[in-house]
Design a protein around this ligand. Structure first.
Ligand code: FE
Ligand code: FE
Ligand code: ZN
Length: 277
């Protein structure tokens, strides 16, 4: 069965997200752990979590994908910014234990002028400080479009990070279709080859989630502007092939397209209609 959902607002809590997911036909969803610009998270409301876990029990909503604030930069030159990223993610991972067994996705960061090697080392160092043997969450590095000095612009950079993380069984990768396309991987004409490349460099067993987005820009643009399904340069047909690819079929797909709920519901329905069991 196709596992598909979308990014939801977390401002009303877990139960509200669970109910919304059911209303729009989703059986996975993504949310920001706190204000996407960072800052303090609301305390976990245990009663809210309990109600959500009950919804989960009588539905197929699993897994859920928490997304770290996108302004965190684990490889910033300024050590205070790196500390802030580490403390925020460490706190997020504690909060994730209220809903065990799910995924926590983050953008590796931007190395700015320090160079890729230094950036990769900072990211791995942070992960080695915050990951614990006891955690029940898998932490995902997101594939990036390579805008500015973003790390994760190709599969090799993610592989380098993974290689330096000690508790590597706690780590995985989330592939964003808009980002890899913008990064120069032609998932429209060469999806098989791109996935073979992913397998060769990182290993498909590391791939735990997909962000399903069209892109406003052409292949290799390094821009990162998402488009609705079928309204961008990737196109609906290619994205239908993505959800149906045998190497990806069992992964959770989350839409991060510029939509309100009705638009998301429509895209979820469209993908389900075009999914072959
Ligand atoms: Fe992201
Ligand atoms: Fe994404
Ligand atoms: Zn993006």
């Amino acid at each position: 069965m196709l596992k598909i959902g979308c990014h939801l607002s977390s401002s009303k809590g877990y139960e509200a997200m669970g109910k919304t997911a059911l209303e729009i036909g989703a059986d996975t969803f993504q949310f920001f752990t706190r204000n996407p610009r960072g800052g303090k998270a609301k305390a976990i409301d245990e009663n809210d979590v309990k109600k959500f876990l009950e919804i989960q029990k009588r539905s197929d909503i699993f897994p859920i994908v928490a997304h770290a604030p996108y302004t965190l930069n684990a490889c910033a030159a300024d050590s205070h910014l790196r500390d802030f990223a580490r403390e925020t993610m460490e706190d997020d991972l504690k909060r994730m234990e209220y809903t065990p067994g799910n995924l926590y996705n983050f953008h590796p960061g931007s190395h700015v002028k320090q160079g890729v090697e230094t950036g990769i080392q900072y990211i791995a160092d942070m992960l080695n400080q915050i990951l614990t043997k006891e955690q029940h969450t898998t932490v995902l590095l997101e594939t990036m479009s390579g805008k500015g000095s973003e790390i994760g612009r190709n599969f090799e950079e993610l592989r380098e990070i993974l290689d330096r993380v000690e508790l590597s069984d706690k780590m995985g990768v989330c592939l964003d279709t808009c980002h890899v396309w913008d990064g120069g991987y032609d998932i429209v004409n060469h999806l098989d080859e791109v996935l073979t490349e992913f397998d060769r460099v990182i290993g498909l067993s590391r791939l735990k989630a997909i962000h399903l987005n069209d892109s406003q820009n052409p292949l290799g643009a390094h821009k990162d502007r998402h488009a609705r399904i079928g309204e961008g340069c990737i196109g609906a047909e290619a994205l239908v092939r993505v959800v149906n690819h045998p190497a990806l079929k069992n992964l959770p797909f989350n839409l991060e397209t510029p939509n309100e709920l009705p638009g998301y519901a429509q895209e979820i329905r469209f993908m389900r209609e075009n999914y072959k069991e």
